[in-house]
Structures are given as C-alpha cells and as structure tokens.
Design a protein around this ligand. Sequence first.
Ligand SMILES: Nc1nc2c(ncn2[C@@H]2O[C@H](COP(=O)(O)OP(=O)(O)OP(=O)(O)O)[C@@H](O)[C@H]2O)c(=O)[nH]1
Length: 261
Amino acid sequence: MNSRDQALLDEVEALLAMTSHQGHPLRSALERLYHHHLEQRERLERLVSIADGFQQTAQQDLHATRHQLQRQLKRQRKLSRIADRYQDLLHERNQTLEDVSTRDPLTGLANRRHLTKHLDCMAADKRQAGPLSLAMVDIDHFKRINDRHGHAAGDRALVALAQTLKSALRANDLCGRWGGEEFLLVLPDTGLDQAEALVRRLGERLRGLDLRLGAERLVLTASIGIAEHHPGEDYRDTIYRADQALLDAKREGRDRWCLAE
Ligand SMILES: Nc1nc2c(ncn2[C@@H]2O[C@H](COP(=O)(O)OP(=O)(O)OP(=O)(O)O)[C@@H](O)[C@H]2O)c(=O)[nH]1
C-alpha cells in the first residue's frame, strides 16, 4: 500500500472515531465501506502471498529440473565418450583379428587362407576377363640354410624373399605364403610371356640380395612353376599345374622356372 492510500485510511479511521460524528447519516455507510475495504485488502494480500508461493515453488522446480538435465547431459556425454572408445577398441580388435586370420605372421604376406579366398572371389567375379597367371615359388635347398645357419637364419631368408617378391610385383598382383618355403603369386592381366618376364626379374633380384649370415653372404635362389589359368578352369587345378611345373624346375636343376602344360 502506498502512503497516499494509508493517509486516506488514517483519515477515515479518525473520522469514524470522532464522537461528534456519531449521528451523521453517512457514518454507517462509511464504516461499512471501510471494513469492506479492509476485507478486500486482506484477501488481496492472501492472493499475492499464494502467488508468491507458487512462483517460488515453480522456480525451485525449474532449478531442480535444470540441475537434473545438466547431470543427465554430463552422464550422456561420458557414456558417448566411453562408447566411442569402445568402438575404437573394437575396430582395432577387428583389424588385429583380420590381420591374424589373413596374414602370415613371419613375412607379413597374405596367408594361404587369404590367397584361397582371393582366388574364390576372382572365380565368382564374372567381369574377370583378361588372362591370369599363377606362379609357385620355392626356395632352393632351404633345408640346408636351416641346418647350416639355424632356424632364425632360415626365417631371415624367408622374410628377405617375401620383401623381394613384394618389390617385384605390381599393385594389382597378390603374393602370399602358400606354406613352408613356398609362395604363390597371383598375377591378373598377365599371360605366360609377361609372367616369364616378371619371374626372370624376380630371380635376378633374389640372386642379387645381400643377405649376410655372419661373415658369409647367403645366395638365395628359387625354383618357379608358372601356369596360365584356362577359362572355366578350377583355380585349384591351375595351382596344381603350377606345382607340377615347379617340380619340373626342381628336377631340371633348380634356380629356374618352368611353364605348365
Ligand atoms: N626357418 C624356417 N624354416 C622353415 C619354415 N617352414 C618350413 N621350413 C623348413 O623348410 C625346409 C624345407 O625343406 P625341403 O622341403 O626339404 O626343401 P628344400 O631343402 O628347400 O629343398 P628343395 O625344395 O628340393 O630345393 C624344411 O627344413 C622346413 O623345416 C619356417 O617358417 N622357417
């Protein structure tokens, strides 16, 4: 209530209290008006206090809800960080699993499983049109290297051969370890002539390797069998023919290649 209202009320109260106005015809009406005003004021104050209470509760609720939301948001961010880390970990694990199941651990080349799968995919791919050759490469007298210099030296020779193979091949070629000291080359868009040129280059690089075992330089040679895939032929049969050609190369004195029938 402002001071003007209060002054008016004080004035009315004073008038009502004056005994000289007891019989005045307006006194009774003024008194009722005065009490009516007091009642209204009281009601208004109650309403204002209820509204204040509501507002305070609403603000507290708002504050509590905001706080709760912030906590949920924080928790959600934490969860999403954990989920991201978990996914990265899963991706790494998958990658490792993929590597373990498709790579030869010693040389890092494709393993036999991967080579077979690759050939199966090629067989299923009807767009595969150009010539395709397979070459089976086998280190000569590898047992002697192991026997003479130890298994670790043999492993070094295998790794050196794997690196030489990789460096001699083109981007679309695939080479992998077929088993022991035997490696398979898958050469797409390659007829026998081109395969022979590649294998010649490979033999030269292999002989030129500077592989040291103590004071001794180890000269690596390999025998190779090459087979061109016939249209409609099962890849296993092409590999078999390449293997037979490899045996021919061994029989003919090693350090050479032979072409399959
Ligand atoms: N160090 C090493 N040796 C291996 C590995 N896998 C197979 N070998 C060895 O490779 C040798 C293969 O010997 P053989 O099959 O007799 O062939 P080779 O001595 O190369 O004779 P030819 O093939 O006839 O020229 C065996 O002594 C195997 O133990 C390997 O991962 N590491």
